[in-house]
Design a protein around this ligand. Structure first.
Ligand code: ZN
Length: 62
C-alpha cells in the first residue's frame, strides 16, 4: 500500500516537472530556447517587439 502511494507521488512529481519544463520553453514554433520575456526567448521576444513597433508606426501614418 505504501509503495503505491510512493509511486503515485513520484508519477505526479514527474508530471509536474514535465509541465514546468515545458512552460520554460519559448512559445514560438519549433523553438525550445529558454524564456526571456512574455513566454518567448530573447530572439523571438525582440522579433515580436519589432513587429509590434512597426505596427505602431504604420498606425501613425494612417
Ligand atoms: Zn524562440
Amino acid at each position: 500500500m505504501k509503495k503505491r502511494i510512493l509511486l503515485l507521488a513520484m508519477v505526479s512529481m514527474i508530471m509536474l516537472m514535465a509541465v514546468a519544463c515545458g512552460s520554460k520553453d519559448c512559445k514560438a514554433k519549433n523553438c525550445s530556447n529558454d524564456i526571456y520575456e512574455d513566454g518567448l526567448c530573447e530572439v523571438h521576444y525582440f522579433e515580436k517587439a519589432l513587429k509590434d513597433g512597426l505596427k505602431d508606426l504604420e498606425g501613425l501614418f494612417d
